[in-house]
Ligand binder design. Sequence first.
Ligand SMILES: [Fe+2]
Ligand SMILES: [Fe+2]
Length: 188
Amino acid sequence: MAKRAKKRTTKKSSARRPRQAPKMLSDLFLDTLKDIYFAENKIIKTLPKMAKAANSKELTAAFNKHLRETQGQVKRLDQIFKMLGKPARGKTCEAINGITDEGAGIMKGFKNAPALDAGLLAAAQAVEHYEISRYGTLRTWAEELGMQDAARLLQATLDEEEATDHALTELATSVINLEAEQEHREAA
Ligand SMILES: [Fe+2]
Ligand SMILES: [Fe+2]
């Protein structure tokens, strides 16, 4: 009985609630900004662990360089939140949590193994591809919303993410070649 009474109250109160304004592209832009803000802050926590784990000095240096860039990218996002007059706040991004969890699994499962760097590179490139997708979308939406200054900031970050992806591709080729040589030698 008590349950039924409670249900009726909820129904009554929801009927009185004012109708929500239709969600616009600007709402989607803000939501996605919060998503990438969460992702970038997660990446700031993850990159030092990856830099420490890597076997190759070049890979450690690449992760550390991108850590510094990522700190700058968060500052750009802070500026965009300011332009919107909104507090800089992240919203849990399950995609980046999943990608970084996979990376953590590789660090654990391949600890000190010759194939570790290949796995770290693959995990890092998955992160970059996610970011490239998000920043490309956000840049386009900023243009559509007439936010040229925000679009320029987003493009600057997109350029850094793409440059990082290319640098990782080059490193992947050399790291994988070295490992393959080692495996051939050990097999011979
Ligand atoms: Fe980033
Ligand atoms: Fe990145």
